[in-house]
Design a protein. Structure first.
Length: 71
């Protein structure tokens, strides 16, 4: 019995899930920055690969001390 095919996202689906603009995603694809597949002229993304890519490129925010405010 064949395994179920892994879900692939379109640019629109990735944009919706990630909240990144479609134009940003297209630029990342053009630059080869984000992992993607080209299938018959279309761009697709494996959700697990995108999550791993985000995890590798995420930078924790800096903890900043808020200066004391004198009344």
């Amino acid at each position: 019995m064949a395994d179920k095919l892994e879900e692939l996202w379109t640019v629109a689906e990735l944009s919706s899930v990630s909240k990144f603009a479609k134009s940003t995603i297209y630029e990342w694809v053009r630059e080869g920055f984000i992992p993607h597949l080209r299938v018959g002229g279309t761009i697709r993304f494996r959700p697990g690969e995108v999550q791993a890519w985000l995890d590798r490129h995420a930078h924790p925010g800096r903890l900043r001390r808020i200066p004391d405010i004198e009344p």
